[in-house]
Design a binder for this molecule. Structure first.
Ligand code: GLU
Length: 288
């Protein structure tokens, strides 16, 4: 068994991260397996070396260890590019020039009917889908927003079913074999972004490629990402990558029941450390 913790170094490690990392570490160690750390720093505008150093320090203080060197997504851009080249050549991507505002405006037009929310927010209304399609033989643009044409992607897998094994639980207690209906993906998820400007990838593409590269057998992460797993399983199928098991865990909430956010400095491990907390106090706070 091989698990991983994949933080983005864009803020302090808080109780929710600690719970996720400890859960992944313990699952791997209980099975005589291995725990890896991966730094998800493709968003160069927000990732900071200082945050990364503090994350390492907090995780070591919590008693976790991992093999070095750790994988950094910022060093993986050629691998993401190769996957985009493949999907582009298969006619599954299109260039999108829409701003967030353009998408909201299109969705508020009366003929749109009810707009749906997918794992990435509102389902893309398809504005650029025709015009942004590559002409035959066109080269992949160096730096553009690229979306997956979801209807074409579903057609490309031949309409066959998708599934994954959940060893934790989804938001409604989903566990065991989770079947994904490909026909529902264009409507419920839509044309997801696979490459962002200035990043060379999106979270969805990078996470799938790197989990495969690191031979992760069990992806341990928060329940908020359960619905994104359908995107990940589809991408694995399109790119010929194995589908790991998934273990979605409960979310750590504040006293008001709100999910902890990255900027939630009030729950930062560093703050508890400064106040004299011990690692076992942190474990108790997150119910371990
Ligand atoms: N970098 C992502 C996050 O911090 C990782 C999500 C995942 O584990 O797939 O939310």
């Amino acid at each position: 068994m091989r698990t991983r913790f994949a933080p983005s170094p864009t803020g302090p490690l808080h109780l929710g991260h600690a719970f996720s990392a400890l859960t992944a570490w313990e699952l791997a160690h209980a099975a005589g397996g291995e725990f890896l750390l991966r730094i998800e720093d493709i968003d160069r505008s927000r990732a900071r070396a200082e945050w990364e150093a503090r994350i390492f320090d907090d995780l070591r203080w919590l008693g976790l260890d991992w093999p070095e060197p750790v994988m950094r997504q910022s060093a993986r851009l050629p691998a993401y590019r190769a996957a985009l080249e493949r999907l582009w050549a298969e006619g599954l991507l299109f260039i999108c020039g829409c701003t967030r505002r353009d998408i909201e405006t299109a969705l508020s037009a009366p003929q749109e009917g009810v707009s749906r929310h997918g794992p990435d927010g509102p389902v893309y209304p398809g504005t650029c889908r025709q015009a942004g399609r590559p002409r035959p033989g066109a080269t992949l643009p160096a730096d553009a927003v690229l979306r997956l044409d979801m209807a074409r992607a579903v057609a490309a897998i031949g309409g066959t079913g998708l599934a994954f094994t959940e060893t934790g639980a989804g938001p409604d207690g989903e566990s065991g074999t989770i079947a994904i209906d490909p026909a529902a993906l264009p409507r419920e998820i839509g044309d997801v972004v696979l490459a962002r400007r200035g990043m060379g990838s999106s979270y969805h593409l990078a996470v799938v490629i790197d989990d495969a590269e690191q031979d992760i057998t069990d992806v341990v992460r928060g329940r908020d990402l359960f619905s994104a797993t359908a995107i990940h399983v589809l991408l694995q199928r399109l790119l010929g990558l194995p589908t790991p098991r998934y273990h979605h865990h409960r979310l750590i909430r504040d006293e008001a029941g709100r999910r902890l956010a990255k900027r939630d400095d009030a729950r930062a491990i560093a703050k508890y450390r400064a106040e004299g907390a011990r690692p076992e106090d942190i474990r108790a706070m997150v119910g371990l």
